[in-house]
Unconditional design. Sequence first.
Length: 672
Amino acid sequence: MNIAPTIRNIGVFAHIDAGKTTTTEYMLYRSGSIRSLGSVDAGTTSTDSLDVERERGISVKAASASLTWKGHKINLIDTPGHADFLAEVERSLGVMDGAVLIVSAAESVQAQTEVLWQALRMMRIPTVIYINKLDRIGASFERTLNDIRRLLSPSALPVQMPIYAADDSFAAIAELWQNDAGSQGFPATAQSATSPDIEVEAFRSTATEVIAEFDEKLMLRYIEGDLPSENELAALIAKHSAAAELFPVCCGCSQKGIGITELLDAMLTFLPAPPPKPSLAGIVFKIERERSMGRAAWVRLYGGHLRNRDTVRLGNREEEHKITQIRVLDGLKRTDAGEIGAGDIAAIYGLPNAEIGDIVGDPQFVPQAPEMAVPLMTARVLPDREADYVRTAEALQELTDEDPLLGLTWLPELRELHVRMMGAIQLEVLTSMLKSRFDLNVGFGPPAVIYKETPTKICEGRVAYLMPKPCWAILHFTIEPGERGSGLVYRSQARADDILPAYQNEVERRVPEALKQGLYGWEVTDLIVTLTYGQHHVWHTHPLDFVVATPMGIMNGLAAGGTTLLEPILRFRISVPEEHAGRVMSDLSRMRAEFASPSIEGERFVVEGTVPASTSMDYSADLRSFSAGKGVMTASFDGYQEAPEGTEASRTRNGINPLDEAKYILSARSAL
């Protein structure tokens, strides 16, 4: 099978501790991109560059490296596996041509694995599944494959099989599919339990059966007992893998380097690069600051070319900036390049205002990444010294540029800084980064759950901003509850004769901003806002009048109808030894959890369901404590639902409340 020389951008995804960074390290080593192997335990891996990553043995930032395999350039993106850093994964998804999803043969499919899988399917990214750690005690290829087919996709097709030595230890892998050299690879270093010919014939039958589910012609042939030839079957597997309909399953042990070469071959065969788009199209997916080079915007290009000294516009902004330098990945190094084309990833310099998510060129050719990461907690920032307050704010603003979901909030009246985060480990990492990168000793207050608000009933909001002159802006809104998870839906029924379209556009832009803080200080969501009437004045109206009036009209409506608190809900899976089942069930009832009937897997009690984040924030640690480290809880965000009646949760408003119209107007006019 001939593969045209192309650039592939491939993400490596996994639940924490499935062996993702070790696999990436071995791929770089086998390809010759690095000369010696690093170790996660020793903190010497190539893609873990931050001090906190080496110290904790976990990936915090998505790390990029490139390798060349059989004449093809592969840009690898090693993503974090811990749920607290899901935002890094989310930003990386949009730039992928293909993915390698790693599943541990010891732990099998875990909660984060399912979250990642859903995101990969949402974007229809071709994916190779790699079953790792087959050398571990209790590891099972068959059990893991069954879980993959049950929990991820029935279209998972093993294209390799493990081979065991005489003492039943994992020794090697056997190829079942026809590789580029046209041979069936059964290593001579170990013996299969059955004849290679029998295994290959069984594979042909299994593969045909799986593909026939979405190929009618093949289904008819299969029913008649006509199996495709090995060459035809190899082409069919490659075709349907590229279409993200079939998911090849590889296997190995990355810690010992078994299966890495075969995995690289599979990546070339099953994860092709898409054709270039017809016009310039790219996205900024990462912001970095380098001591020598300054601010770098990492861009994935889908179509067209970018060259040094090109002038580019980001998104819908009017200002243009000239590219001063382009650097591409060469192994772990970054080398100067005068130009990049479709398919490549590069660090672009000279774009001082670039933000994550900015589009370069035509947005219709840039895929939309799913929103998976939702910060569920907020914490107050506590600098060690009062004199460090300003430096801490500047440092956190720099980190927020790199991770917008931190959502840095500054309350100047109270002299307080607040950040949002996914979990407690993220706070520990922030503390470490502020120390190592900015030499700041910073602590954080107790994390608090982030609530949201939604309108309690249909209401009307009205504002007549007529004083102090010169000004004139009249707005009438209807605000009504929306479906859960729908966010904000905005409509306008106002006549152009009453309020000019330019002014209506200004109102539409300001409504989301006005909803950032509701009656209790939380973001207002799941609502429909309709501009029913508006009025401008030919002489007295200034466009900024509608900027000032919109928040007053929105808050007036919310105050008239009231808002209901929404609390974040987690989907969980708990596995503990059977003797702790009673304690777990009692705890779940206390935490207001909803769950399906528990099950027994082996000698372990397993229960799945949903639970409020506010009641379960520390339960994972409690579970490990009373089960002597044998209990495991995995959780992921599941959505928001109404908080119980009587829930009291509010936060301090940032800025002047638009309900205090006189003071708010003076503030908006910079007259306070």
